[in-house]
Design a protein around this ligand. Structure first.
Ligand code: ADP
Ligand code: MG
Length: 354
């Protein structure tokens, strides 16, 4: 689905390449963390996937296409298959929630009827039903990121790229966003998330590709962040720590939910307007059942212990975290919808991410 073949990237005016001989292959349905310190090349990788930039050397193959071969005219159509979200949300400040999400359909020429149906579906999926008329500044940071995610997935892309999507959010809110991305992934969307937030990466037990100075130093199926000594820690002594505790507890719950296939009572994504094209069965990556907290760093052990001892079921705002809050949705329904793709109109010059 996404393949990097000996990819190097050297920006003009710089002496050291941002990426050197980067190789990896992401399969359909995978959830991959791209980790590494600031400046290690995470965003560069995502920009190459989105064809916002091209490799200096090597090949980037996305959805079966060598992206270098895409003409400028074809790029917007190509990008319809890829949703993207960023640390800074990038919402249109003077447009309502509904308009922000509708915008990405309007620029690709979707019909009014399609927009009227799809936007509420996407907003319901991200948990923002009822907030359609709000302006971005009337929302919390987490809600703004949900709008950005709704906008990214409203046209049912096959790939969702997330560049530090939780970078501006507190730990409790970050975990909500992580859960949402996991749900979207459970529906069949391939997710690549760049982050340096060790706690989530370690707890999610998903594939981890680590970059250091533009070089892939690690690619593990169910990895953790690795050496976390240089990273800011989630301190349990503070209020923020309590949020982190709740967050990590919630991640463990989420893993159990995924592992046991307990989809809970979330409302399924409504049937797509067009019937999905026949697709081969997507095999989602296996997620191990977590019986006990997995081997974790000192901080996480502390957090897990606190979670067990004191406030195991309380979220950041004192809201109990119950399995129902960690729903995975109707996996089959989501999968069919997510695999729909776009391209019902190919007469537009502007893509949703342009
Ligand atoms: P990360 O997302 O992991 O922080 P980036 O991909 O943004 O890393 O950056 C990797 C390296 O490339 C850094 O050294 C950065 O300074 C450099 N870089 C990124 N974008 C540009 C650019 N447009 N021009 C010059 N150098 C860049
Ligand atoms: Mg970056």
């Amino acid at each position: 689905m996404i393949r990097f073949e000996k990819v190097s990237k050297k920006y003009r005016g710089t002496s050291k390449p941002a990426l050197s001989d980067v190789e990896f292959d992401v399969q359909r349905g995978e959830f991959v963390f791209l980790v590494g310190a600031s400046g290690s090349g995470k965003s560069s990788c995502l920009r190459l996937i989105l064809r916002e930039d091209t490799a200096s050397d090597g090949r980037v193959v996305v959805l079966g296409r060598d992206v270098r071969g895409l003409s400028t005219r074809k790029v917007p159509y190509f990008r319809r298959h890829i949703g993207s979200v960023f640390q800074d949300f990038r919402l249109l400040p003077n447009k309502t929630v509904f308009q922000n999400v509708a915008f990405s359909l309007q620029v690709i020429g979707s019909s009014r009827a399609f927009i009227q149906q799809s936007v509420p579906e996407a907003l319901a999926l991200v948990g923002l039903a009822g907030k359609e008329k709000r302006l971005p500044h009337e929302l919390s940071g987490g809600e703004q990121q949900r709008v950005a995610i709704a906008r990214a997935i409203v046209n049912r892309p096959q790939i969702l790229l997330a560049d530090e999507p939780t970078g501006n959010l507190d730990p409790g809110t970050s975990i909500d966003i992580m859960q949402l991305l996991a749900r979207i992934n459970a529906g069949g969307t391939t997710v690549v998330m760049a982050t340096h937030e060790a706690g989530f990466v370690d707890q999610m037990q998903r594939r981890v590709i680590e970059l250091r100075g533009g070089v892939v130093v690690r690619d593990e199926r169910h990895g953790g962040y690795g050496d976390t000594s240089g990273l800011p820690v989630l301190t349990p002594e503070t209020v923020k720590g309590a949020a982190a505790t709740a967050a990590l507890t919630a991640v463990l719950e989420l893993q159990k939910q995924i592992a046991t296939g307990d989809a809970g009572g979330v409302e399924p994504l409504p049937d797509p307007i067009e019937p999905p094209a026949p697709q081969p069965e997507t095999v989602l990556p296996a997620v191990p059942v977590v019986q006990d907290p997995p081997p974790v760093t000192e901080v996480q052990t502390d957090a897990a212990a606190r979670a067990a001892a004191s406030e195991p079921d309380t979220g950041t705002r004192g809201i109990p975290i119950t399995p129902a809050d960690i729903d995975l949705g109707d996996i089959d329904g989501l999968g069919a919808a997510d695999r729909l793709g776009l391209g019902h109109r190919d007469d537009d010059e502007v893509g949703p991410t342009a």
